[in-house]
Design a protein around this ligand. Structure first.
Ligand SMILES: *[C@@H]1O[C@H](CO)[C@@H](O)[C@H](O)[C@H]1NC(C)=O
Ligand SMILES: *[C@@H]1O[C@H](CO)[C@@H](O)[C@H](O)[C@H]1NC(C)=O
Ligand SMILES: *[C@@H]1O[C@H](CO)[C@@H](O)[C@H](O)[C@H]1NC(C)=O
Ligand SMILES: *[C@@H]1O[C@H](CO)[C@@H](O)[C@H](O)[C@H]1NC(C)=O
Ligand SMILES: *[C@@H]1O[C@H](CO)[C@@H](O)[C@H](O)[C@H]1NC(C)=O
Length: 625
């Protein structure tokens, strides 16, 4: 079929073959059909044949695609590695309760919590893909509470302002939400689905966009050390299989009468970067990086090659979120510049929320906005047209959130940077005059070397292929937007389902995480994602397989877009990731999966709040063995 040509030649010839011979057309058509068939088959068989299905499939496209000799771009390597990593993960899938329980003991050093059997049964009945490492986040979040007194944690959780309360198998959201977003209701109805199988437990929730707990590193370490010391697989005869319940906690709170105030730690305002520094390890670069005094100075970009990246592209997405290793983020992300609201504590209290920084101590649950059917976030039931019918370009719409942007600091905000970077007029001007823009510098050609960069045609490309802008500047003060108006203009909003007609969808943080990410993953478009915010789903998504990761500086943005749009191979790669993300998301980001995550988390949280926590466990599988 390929004659004497190597796959590398074959791929290399694609971008230039403007005049396709019939033979080439038929090859391309064959490749396209093979691609579609293999995508379909991989969806059907991937989970029955977790080991290397794609590589064994005989699909010519994938043989070429994964052939190392055709991989002449670092992103080829990253995609291939991501694929292998994910295949290995899938071999860890637990298909029955004894296996799941054994893997739990292996990874967590304890017996699973009581109620693990009902949890697994629901998972099995709903075809959930259970890989123990998908739940690592829960254990990282709950660990420090093993260092606190269980009774105190239980009382603080019960008396918070907004609580999803489970008693006798029924969930009830308590707290005054009038005039507020319906998060309490959304989370209560999710927990309600698991409530019949849950012990008494309280889930106190953060009602602010911003994450709030930032405990100094040394304090967290000493709490986590206590957790590690408390790990033990108790002999079956010592294990208690029933939670104590919260009747005593409720009675004690009731006895104190009506006027019981929820426990409130000391709330701090001030400089968020200083608090961040204290939560970073002593030997980390950010620990001694003093806060920026004058945000009117234009942002400075690092010229380092961070450990989390490979030849300029993010490899480890979790590490790329960490502000402790990236002192420059103090000048490149609104969270560290001027958050809209700030009420932060250095004390560890139980608080659940949809996202947090690597240095925060909230307990993560799926963002409430992932639980709505609001098409504003998800696009509703539409996921976009097939790849081939999409507009070859980038789209972004949103508001200029990220913190309080004003004349003295706006050039440091991540969304402003994204919009300027996607503005063809701005970029053409920079290329003509070798100048910088307000919010960014042109990435150095030594680091990102590709024809459009060398020829100075990124701007021209953007003029034709990018449609990005703010629908609201959210200026401060609100009636004076003069400081951004020379650089940006307001644009009409575009409904999510229209946005899905474009191939590329950048997604960056606002005041906190971007609640559109799940919708983007489930769409037929390709999300380009940068964030400093951790979320519940991080351990089940693989960068370069389910989405394209971006550095928080966005210095890799043009090179990533160039890779995906320079030739047929890039386009196939983009389509591949878009489709993989969509089909994988449909398996592991469902409401059922969010329920299972929260369910497992509440079993753990109820245990850590229980005075008999060291003895509590699920051991039925050991007895029958
Ligand atoms: C991969 O490429 C090399 C060199 O071009 C070639 O010898 C080999 O047969 C290719 N393998 C596959 C599976 O296409
Ligand atoms: C939920 O809590 C509120 C306030 O505590 C209470 O008035 C209401 O009866 C509870 N609802 C249920 C179903 O338990
Ligand atoms: C990614 O980095 C984190 C630390 O930030 C580390 O714990 C994790 O093991 C790394 N993941 C991989 C796949 O290397
Ligand atoms: C380039 O710089 C010159 C001189 O400062 C200026 O007049 C011109 O408008 C600039 N070009 C663009 C496209 O920004
Ligand atoms: C793009 O940049 C130009 C100035 O370079 C500006 O006038 C225009 O408003 C910007 N467009 C958007 C959508 O922000």
């Amino acid at each position: 079929m390929l004659g004497n040509r190597s796959p590398r030649d074959w791929l290399a010839s694609l971008p230039d073959s403007r005049i396709c011979s019939l033979r080439w057309q038929s090859i391309l058509r064959y490749a396209a059909v093979a691609f579609v068939v293999s995508i379909t088959l991989s969806g059907i068989f991937l989970f029955r044949r977790p080991e290397g299905f794609l590589r064994q499939s005989g699909s010519h496209y994938f043989e070429y695609f994964w052939n190392q000799t055709a991989a002449d771009h670092p992103i080829d390597q990253l995609i291939s590695d991501a694929h292998t990593f994910h295949e290995n993960l899938l071999t860890q899938r637990s298909l029955d309760l004894p296996t799941a329980a054994a893997r739990y003991r292996d990874r967590r050093g304890r017996h699973p919590p009581p109620g693990f059997d009902a949890w697994f049964k629901y998972a099995a009945e709903h075809d959930a893909i259970i890989v123990e490492s998908f739940f690592d986040r829960i254990y990282a979040d709950v660990a420090p509470f093993w260092g606190l007194d269980p009774r105190t944690t239980a009382e603080r959780a019960a008396s918070w302002d907004y609580v999803v309360r489970v008693r006798n198998g029924v969930a009830n959201g308590t707290g005054d939400t009038s005039g507020k977003v319906p998060w309490l209701q959304l989370w209560t109805s999710l927990v309600g689905e698991a409530a019949p199988w849950l012990p008494d437990v309280d889930m106190p929730i953060n009602y602010m966009d911003e994450s709030r707990l930032i405990v100094p590193w040394e304090d967290v370490m000493s709490l986590v050390e206590k957790e590690q010391k408390s790990q033990a697989l108790k002999p079956a005869e010592e294990v208690i299989t029933k939670y104590s319940g919260l009747a005593q906690v409720d009675a004690d709170i009731a006895a104190k009468g009506d006027g019981v105030e929820p426990y409130k730690p000391k709330w701090l305002g001030g400089n968020y970067w200083e608090l961040t520094q204290a939560a970073c390890p002593p030997d980390s670069p950010s620990r001694n990086a003093t806060p920026i005094q004058n945000f009117e100075e234009l942002p400075v970009f690092p010229d380092s090659n961070p450990e989390y990246s490979y030849k300029g592209y993010v490899r480890n997405f979790t590490a790329a979120m960490n502000p402790c290793t990236q002192p420059h983020l103090r000048g490149l992300h609104g969270t560290f510049i001027e958050p809209l609201t700030m009420a932060t504590s250095k004390e560890l209290i139980p608080l659940f929320g949809g996202c947090k920084l690597a240095v925060n101590n909230e307990i993560l649950i799926p963002g409430a906005m992932y639980l709505t059917d609001d098409p504003f976030y998800s696009g509703g039931n539409t996921h976009g047209p097939p790849w081939k019918q999409k507009i070859d370009g980038v789209i972004w719409r949103g508001v200029a959130s990220g913190g309080r942007n004003k004349k003295e600091n706006w050039v440091h905000f991540q969304r402003h940077r994204l919009i300027e970077m996607l503005n063809g007029t701005t970029v053409s001007g920079m290329e003509e005059n070798s100048s910088r823009a307000m919010t960014f510098e042109m990435p150095p050609v030594e680091k990102y070397d590709f024809p459009r960069r060398r020829e100075g045609t990124i701007g021209t490309w953007l003029e034709e292929h990018s449609d990005a802008g703010f629908v609201n500047f959210l200026c401060f003060p609100a009636d004076n937007c003069a400081y951004v108006e020379p650089y940006l203009s307001r644009v009409e909003s575009v409904p999510m389902m229209e946005q899905y007609k474009y191939k590329f969808m950048p997604d960056v943080d606002g005041n906190s995480f971007s609640a559109r990410f799940r919708g983007f993953l489930l769409s037929t478009s390709l999300p380009l994602k940068a964030t400093v915010y951790a979320e519940w789903h991080d351990d089940r998504l693989v960068p370069w397989l389910h989405f394209a990761p971006m550095d928080n500086t966005f210095q890799d943005l043009y090179a990533i877009l160039d890779y995906f749009t320079r030739d047929k191979k890039g386009d196939k790669s983009a389509q591949f990731i878009a489709e993989e993300g969509r089909s994988w998301g449909a398996k592991v980001l469902r409401r059922e999966d969010m329920l299972l995550y929260v369910w497992r988390l509440l079993l753990e949280f109820a245990r850590v709040c229980d005075e008999k926590r060291d003895m509590l466990g699920y051991i039925d599988d050991l007895r029958s063995a």
